[in-house]
Design a protein around this ligand. Structure first.
Ligand code: NAD
Length: 530
């Protein structure tokens, strides 16, 4: 209940009055009536009961058992032949479904920090591969400073670089300044170029926001010959009814969305084609260009731009080797609301993994630079064999009173075993299994069987309706013996599904991890091959 309310905290959610948490229209619950019913049900739910939530509305309560999840959630799912935006919108307008995004409808959003660490790791990997280990002296050009995209400027400056960030909505830019994710706002594009160029020359880490539409600003920058070293994008391109077309204000777009949605989709796709073409022009000039998981390439192609897939997605480019180790976005929240509890868990994480330099560097930077939104929280990427150790350590801290209240442990759906998404997490799998969606379903089932506290199965988050199936899990460390047993199992089987998924696809690193860390692969045990 606290996590649901935290998702809708005005300091956390992008549009709490509309129940929108982040990612275009990603909602926590379907309506305020549904919110009231969920809260009332949770308040009286027994320790051996489970509430079922269908796309943000509570629909049933059953007697289960103590180990079972207290809540099971299914969001935005449609039968495959019906899984497209227009059918989804029709059903949504009838009040029958809602868009759950990833952590919005599964009640484990922790504000922009949630994506910050993944974004930081991604830019760190680019720095290692192309720029000698640091982004100092480089400019990254990007757009979209929303709930997720807002992590980009801080992730870039944490890696020493300069960030030029475009957003069409001045309020979003201001919000990122208030949360200390963005350093400054330029008055015009000329002013932004001057500030970024000067910072690059000084080798200074700096982030500059400027109001503008990416569909016109990027082509303009190409025309001017502005030299960006890295180019990406996190506008809400996954949903053509959320992307603001060129020459429109966000308010005008909102109006067209109700009066003529088809015309809005047409104009948005045309603009995305121009936006994406500018990114390809940067790739042609040798810049490091990648898609940041928002479907811009797909929508641009639908808008008539043929070369949209000329640059890669970030997942196969930088993150897959981590997924082979079951490594992904482990996050936790202090239900006490006390920042001191997170400080204690930060210290515990460093003690638990004394030799992990990357983890220490990240936790030091995060504790210094991340402003909490809502309940204090932390994220760090941990792999198979690591997550359950930290989970058990936190449970012990709750038991002994080292932290003052239970700790909630969860993750993004963007993880190694919990998602099928051919334009993002499972793009270009080694065996071509990009669209096989059995894996996230098995992930949700095994987390349910292992004793997670709530489990969810979603469709469409991140990249849009028809393009992904994914699962979420959350498990609570309340200091009890039962919690320890549940944590040990859930935090082993959850990343374990990532290892087996990548073994099955033929990744050698995943096979090594399975052998070294004892993940059982039945076909290998019986010599059956693939
Ligand atoms: P959001 O809706 O909170 O923010 C989108 C932002 O884009 C808004 O600030 C909006 O003003 C801006 N925008 C829209 N059209 C624009 C245009 N033409 N030019 C300039 N700015 C424009 O969304 P979010 O939560 O920040 O997510 C952004 C995208 O990233 C989504 O498509 C989401 O699915 C995707 N995403 C990617 C990852 C990842 O791991 N890479 C993770 C989560 C979400």
């Amino acid at each position: 209940m606290r996590m649901l309310m935290n998702n809708l905290d005005p300091d956390v959610a992008e549009a709490p009055d509309d129940l929108v948490v982040y990612g275009g229209t990603g909602r926590a619950v379907r309506s305020w009536d549904a919110f009231d019913a969920i809260v009332a049900t949770l308040t009286t739910l027994a320790d051996d009961e489970t509430m079922l939530v269908q796309s943000g509305k509570p629909v049933g309560v059953f007697r289960t058992h103590e180990w079972a999840p207290r809540v099971l959630i299914a969001n935005s799912n449609l039968v495959p032949d019906w899984a497209n935006w227009s059918e989804f919108r029709r059903l949504e307008a009838l009040g029958l479904t809602m868009y759950g995004q990833m952590t919005a409808g599964s009640w484990i959003y922790i504000g922009t920090q949630g994506i910050l660490q993944g974004t930081y790791e991604c830019f760190a990997e680019i720095a290692r591969r192309r720029f000698g280990g640091t982004l100092a002296g480089t400019i990254t050009l990007t757009a979209g400073l929303g709930g997720m995209g807002g992590a980009q400027p801080l992730a870039i400056t944490m890696n020493g670089g300069v960030a030029l960030c475009i957003d069409v909505d001045p309020a979003r830019i201001q919000r990122r300044v208030e949360h200390r994710y963005l350093d400054e706002v330029a008055e015009s594009l000329d002013d932004a170029i001057a500030r970024c160029t000067a910072a690059r020359e000084r080798g200074e880490a700096r982030s500059v926001g400027v109001v503008g539409n990416a569909a016109t600003v990027l082509p303009d920058l190409v025309e001017r010959g502005f030299a960006a070293d890295i180019v990406t994008d996190q506008t809400s391109a996954h949903d053509p009814l959320s992307y603001v077309p060129a020459d429109m204000t966000p308010a005008a777009m909102a109006e067209l969305r109700t009066t003529d949605p088809e015309e809005l989709v047409r104009r948005a796709r045309q603009s995305m084609a121009a936006h994406c073409a500018a990114m390809v022009a940067y790739a042609d000039r040798g810049a490091e260009v990648f898609d940041y998981g928002n479907s811009l390439r797909t929508e641009a192609q639908l808008g008539g731009f043929q070369r949209a897939f000329d640059y890669p997605g970030f997942l196969p480019a930088y993150i897959r080797p981590l997924f082979c180790e079951g490594k992904g976005p482990f996050r936790w929240v202090a239900l006490s609301g006390e920042p001191a509890d997170i400080a204690a868990t930060d210290r515990a994480a460093m003690e638990e993994f004394p030799n992990d330099e990357g983890l220490h560097r990240w936790l030091a930077l995060a504790s210094e630079r991340v402003a909490f939104q809502g309940l204090p929280a932390r994220i760090c990427w941990l792999g198979y064999g690591e997550r359950h150790r930290l989970g058990l350590r936190f449970n012990e801290m709750v038991r002994t009173g080292e932290v003052s209240a239970p700790i909630v442990i969860g993750r993004d759906h963007l993880d190694s075993g919990s998602v099928a998404s051919p334009y993002r997490e499972t793009e270009a799998m080694a065996d071509g299994s990009d669209a096989i969606a059995d894996w996230p379903l098995l992930n949700a089932l095994v987390n349910t069987a292992s004793g997670a506290t709530w489990v969810s199965i979603h469709h469409g988050g991140g990249v849009g309706i028809g393009r992904s199936i994914h699962a979420g899990m959350v498990v609570v460390a309340d200091g009890t013996e039962l919690a320890a047993r549940r944590l040990e199992r859930v935090l082993t089987s959850d990343p374990g599904t990532g290892v087996i998924r990548h073994v099955d696809a033929g990744y050698e690193r995943a096979r090594q991890v399975a052998v070294e860390r004892g993940v059982r692969i039945p076909m290998d045990e019986t010599g059956g091959g693939r």
